[in-house]
Design a protein around this ligand. Sequence first.
Ligand code: ZN
Length: 358
Amino acid sequence: MKAPTVPNTSFVDKEFGGVDQLLEYCKALPKIELHAHLNGSISPESLRQLAEKRLAGTVGEAEAATGALSVLEALEWKDTFDLKDFFPMFKHIYALTNNMAWLVFIVHGVIKDFEDDGVRYLELRSTPRDDASTGLTKELYVQTVLQAISTSPATKISTRLILTIDRRHSPEVAMQIVDLAIRFRDQGVVGVDLAGDPYAADFDCKHALLKAKAAGLKVTIHLGEIENREAESASMLEVRPDRLGHATFLSEQLRAHVYEERIAVEMCMTSNVLCRTVSSYEEHHIKEALELDHPSILCTDDKSIFASPLSCEYALAASTFSMTKQQLFDLSKKSIDAIFANSEEKTRLRGVWDTWAP
Ligand SMILES: [Zn+2]
């Protein structure tokens, strides 16, 4: 998949001196990434490296590697996705990231990629998984990802973990994930997410999310990703989530509620446009949110699947909505308000922004 083209406009020329300079500015700008799925953020190079190493392994490993290579090939010619064939792709990536050593390798790589792109605070999210063939359990999965975060050689970025409940999980599994989040909260887990194929299953984990809230964990929910899910979205909002992912399709009433309650929205423009839930960058709902000064955080979702690093999302926003350097800086700095880490970390990050000079 090719990186999205950032359109040149007379505004871009005037404010930045051209698209290349805009991209440079956006890369240098300190940024906050709050909606990044671990397995969708593995660079194609890392995935290929992993696949090639495993091709030389056992038969089962070779099969996993072949599956992942087929995903890479498919991605090369894809222009858009249908949400219905987007989610099945991940099983091939999961098959490659099902043991502890590989998990550490990919977490280190993903954190480094974000750091190189100018991200200074990252909340990675991932679904704890079991894999009997490698002895992986949900608990070991969380421990391994946290250990990889704490041993990451990247020094300019701080990283936290959000545990994702998949919509297809039973209420019992959802509860197990919340219990793991509670157990590992002092080691870097800051919240719980609900994600997964919105066509696959109905919302069935309200109790688990409420338990997470009651325990003081933060909650973010993939909300309104597809049309005609008003009742479900209303039920999800009853959990009083701290942030929302996407919030694309909402009734006027629910959108007004989100605005009134000032629930921060993780905005993933390229993801939405490529998955065709939003028709164009110009039509993206971030436009209205920015006009209303509603808390909005630019995020990548799955930066490697969509070939768009966070700096590119900032450049696209600048070009599409004629945002100045100062407006981009303010947008990235205000994102600090929405992070799930504590107030000390927020203060530290504001210091990083205040001392930054382009
Ligand atoms: Zn997502």
